[in-house]
Design a protein around this ligand. Sequence first.
Ligand code: NAD
Length: 476
Amino acid sequence: MPEYPTLHLLIRGEKLAGDGRDADTVCNPATGERLGDLPRATAADLDRALGIAEQGFSRWRTATADERAGVLTKAAGLLRERQDEIAAILTLEQGKPLREAKGECLYSAALFEFYAGEAKRAYGRTLVRPAGKRAEVMYLPVGPIAAFAPWNFPVLNVARKVGGPIAAGCSVIVKPSEETPAAGLALVQCLLDAGLPPEVCQVVFGVPADVSEHLLASPIIRKLSFTGSTPVGKQLVKLAANDLKRTTMELGGHGPVLVFADSDIDKALDTMVPAKFRNAGQVCVSPTRFIVEDAAYDRFRDGFAERAKAIKVGNGLEDGSQMGPMANERGRDNLERRIKAAMADGARLDAGGERIGNAGFFFAPTVLSDLPLDTELMNEEPFGPVALINRYAGEAEMIAEANRLPYGLAAYAWTNDAARRSRLAHEVEAGMLVINGASASAVDAPFGGVKWSGHGHEDGAEGVLACMVAKTVHEG
Ligand code: NAD
């Protein structure tokens, strides 16, 4: 088994632990066993981090674009070099198969490289004025940022939280999830080893509500960046509003997938089944509600169930495991309860539906069909390995179902009709629409939602601009 590192806070590059700080236990979701103890930041630690973030902002806002880009590029190289070691830590604390963990490291490295380019392209512009007058629009870093990242992508979530600020010239205090702390720490270590001044990026842990309340109460923090659930996001936006701090909120989703009978059904199945069960379904853009046109329904449902049953579930460190455990016990218990409720409400079980083994938080890839719309799973984000398949008469009904919920993160559609693709692009309420494919993110594309899925973007040029403010200088 790979070695799990000693855990610590990272304040001005200093690794802090012990000294009477309370600690939380980190567990391996594949076994339920303890991996390590994570210190909680005290109020004094948080105040110190805030003071240092202020200094870090003074230092980094004046760094040249070349310097910022250089650090991000070098950190990307280190992340690639260390991918095996970091991926093993990630799998130990989060559970996903090693292959996915490595992919996450590589995506994060590519994101840093893209942001390095964007650091140099935050140009601003000169406006048309008569001789003797001038007006210039400048983009300047917003200030110190407080960022909170969840446990489902322990490296990538943290890379998104710190990459944009560093490219833009901000400082950042990041709180990775207390359930998956080591992978995020390893990512930030790559940045420090690449030459990032340690005041610019600090890492804290604690009781999430206490840490966010403390940091967001400080006037030093100019922006909140959060990825997580919609209920927590709403609370944090209220805290940020007390001081009118800017916000980027990447919240939950309930990914609709519109499958039309004119599409290549085998290709849709071969693509969407692995996409559904990637990271045991614990993905904000996970395809979840399969909205299938009547003529393709039976074939799609049966093909989905057959493929789901063939997925090899096992410890993510073992060769051949295609799906690991769920990342925590409460997620597994919640999913189990909601599946039972859906079946009691009349849903049909086509695959899975139960835990696997007695150790860890394994749950079988599950397919439910013919679900009543008022069952909890059809309304709340399942965040687990379950596909929900229902039958619809045609396009208008299918679009109405896609837009029924207050979420709008990723949506998917399978159709070979070009006119329909254009209609869907306009009508489906989502931050990302994926047609005849499964990938809702790319480093150069803005990633973010509408409605209750949040606002603002990460990735793309937008991910850096979100950490900047426009200032216009008028002359004459
Ligand atoms: P949760 O709502 O308790 O926590 C979600 C995340 O927010 C966790 O990482 C947690 O540490 C953090 N958090 C919680 N309260 C916080 C606070 N007051 N201040 C700062 N951070 C806080 O839910 P959970 O049980 O960890 O996850 C389940 C749900 O969260 C899922 O059903 C899903 O909707 C959502 N989620 C979304 C994403 C995403 O990528 N958008 C990621 C993880 C979880």
